[in-house]
Structures are given as C-alpha cells and as structure tokens.
Design a protein around this ligand. Structure first.
Ligand SMILES: [Zn+2]
Length: 346
C-alpha cells in the first residue's frame, strides 16, 4: 500500500492484500483507496468508482470478488473505493457519509472545500492524469427496486456502458456535483444503481456487470441492435410538503394526508394508467404534494389527480424509486416520474 496523502494506492493486489472476505478487505483499508490492475493492453485504461456512499456496498463486494480471481483484465483498470471512512463506522455499511460530513457524491465540483471535497478533487486529479476511456460509478438504491443507470449525456457510448449492467437509463439535466458529471470532460461516465444494499440480486448484478466491464475488448461502441435500453429523460421529483404526513396501509389512515398501499413499490418502472388508484388522500388533497419544474412552478396536478378520497395519475406515467420508507418520502422524495414514453413532464 502506497500512501498518496488523501488516497492510498495499491497495484495488482494479491489475495493476501485484499483478504478472504469483503469485510476483511474493508477492514484493511485505512483511507479512500485507488487500486490499479494492469491489463493485457496497458495502453488503455477504464475507471470504476464505488462506495462513494458508505452504506452502498454492492460495488465493493463486486470489486473484491473480481480481485480474488487474480485475472488480468483486457485493459488496465482503476478502481476507486471512495467512502471508506463512513463505511467503516460500526455497524459497517450503515452510514452514507460521516455524521458531520458531506455527501462525497455531491463534492465533484468547485469549490473543493472540506475533507470530502479534497477526496473528490484527489480522484478527479487521478482521472485527469490517467485519461481513462470511460468511468463507471456503482451505487445501491435506498429501496429494493430494480437496477438502472443515470447519466448526464445520452449517446451511443453511454448506452453501451449502461447495457453492461442494466436495461434502463435515466438521463438528467441536474448538476449536483456528482461524479457522473465527469461525462462533460468527454469521458463517458455512468452511475449504476444496481438495486438495494441488502439485496443479493444487486450484489450479483454489480459483479456480472463489472466482469463484462473488465473483460470485454470494447465497452463503449457496441452495435445499436445490442442495447435495447429504455431511456427516461429528466424525471420530476414528487415531494411532500414539509407539513404533510404519510402512512403505508391497505386502507386510508384517518390521521394521514397520504396513505399508500405497502406494495406500491411494485409500480416501479411500469406504466401506470390514469385509472389505476395509487392510494388515498386526506382533507388537504393534492395540496400536500410539491412537484417543481425548472421554473419552480408546482406541476403536481399534471402528474396526480384526486377523485373522492382516492389518488390517481393525471396521465399515463412511469414512476420509479417509489419509496415505502416514510423518512425518505419526507426528507428526499416519494418517487420520480416521466411520461409513459419516458419523456419529461413539463
Ligand atoms: Zn449512492
């Protein structure tokens, strides 16, 4: 292990270096760590980041499992294990970020101030130096939903990269300082949300995608017919107003502004028709929702409608990242939506 200051560095680690289990591997890491594995072709490099959120371990598990194979990748691979500090807080993999720290995946932008931003800047400097042909960032979703990719650019390279891991790609105009914005440096970059952190399928999806990423000769220029990727553009966030209350129940709960059935997650990524009841509303009706468009206008009534005490879509929509966790529903958002064709709702 070489100490580069903010980031530790390992090259071609042996099985002894990485431990028998992912937890031994994590225990051996002292800092955010960069692992370089020389490829058969050393003139090309691909980069991979993971654990930027300490409670999203599928990518770390995948990297460990792959490193244990001790197989030479097709090109040189750089693996960046980001959120080592939050991930190591007991119980391990329970902290997205340090208790008083910033979200590392919001720090890949100016001004680089604070410890997380220094880590982000150090990794960006490495990318600049190493000039990878592409970059993948592996995450887990907060719920148990299916996998998807997220990108700021939608072209052949981004679709091809996504197709290594999943069949859906969300394209967003939002710029939050996430690593995926590295696409703007002409390096195709995709965030992969491979499913829930507790979900064995997510660990498997991350591993299988990673194997394709490190073994294929070409990962950014597949034939168009091979992709079959579903594109979802600029989803809007369906948020609850601060004073609104939410419950999950099979029947309307009298003291809640919104009641949703506990199996509402089954609607993730399917088309929901306007005749499909989503749940129930209290006396405040649709007023408890806030859905802001680019101009900060509330467009809740374009997405949701009320009939009696029931909640329906206002048009055919695709909804995803629907949460059944009331804390996330309140503090983040209830779900994301696009039209049934995957287009932006304006
Ligand atoms: Zn994440």
């Amino acid at each position: 292990m070489i100490d580069l200051g903010i980031i530790d560095f390992m090259e071609n680690p042996t099985i002894e270096d990485i431990g028998r289990t992912p937890n031994e591997f994590l225990a051996s890491l002292k800092k955010p760590t960069l692992i370089k594995v020389k490829g058969k072709d050393t003139t090309r490099t691909r980069a991979l980041a993971t654990l930027l959120h300490g409670n999203e371990p599928s990518g770390l598990f995948a990297v460990h499992r792959w490193l244990r194979l001790q197989e030479k990748p097709s090109v040189t691979i750089l693996c960046f294990i980001g959120g080592v500090y939050p991930a190591k807080l007991e119980p391990i993999y329970s902290h997205r970020q340090l208790p008083n720290g910033k979200d590392l995946n919001r720090c890949f932008k100016e001004p680089f101030e604070g410890p997380e931003a220094e880590i982000a800047k150090a990794f960006l400097d490495i990318l600049h130096e190493e000039q990878p042909e592409c970059l993948i960032d592996i995450h887990n979703t907060s719920g148990t939903g299916p996998s998807f990719g997220v990108t700021v650019k939608n072209d052949a390279a981004h679709q091809a990269l996504t197709s290594l891991f999943t069949e859906r790609l969300i394209v967003t105009d939002l710029r939050l300082g996430a690593l995926m914005e590295y696409s703007e440096k002409e390096v195709p970059t995709v965030t992969v949300e491979c499913g829930g952190a507790q979900d064995e399928h997510a660990h498997q999806a991350a591993y299988e995608g990673l194997l394709r990423y490190v073994t294929k000769q070409n990962v950014i220029s597949l034939e168009k017919a091979e992709w079959g990727i579903e594109i979802l553009t600029n989803p809007v966030r369906i948020e609850l107003k601060p004073e609104a209350t939410i419950a999950y129940n099979e029947q309307p709960q009298a003291d809640a502004d919104i009641t949703l059935p506990p199996d509402i997650e089954h609607q993730n990524f399917g088309v929901i028709h306007p005749s499909k009841s989503l749940g129930w509303l209290g006396p405040n009706g649709l007023d408890c929702f806030s859905v802001l468009n680019k101009n900060q206008e509330n467009i809740a009534s374009k997405i949701l409608r009320q009939e009696g005490n029931q909640l329906f879509p206002a048009q055919s929509i695709k909804a995803f990242m629907i949460t059944t966790n009331p804390t996330i529903a309140k503090s983040d958002c209830l779900f994301y939506a696009v039209t049934d064709k995957g287009e932006q709702i304006i």
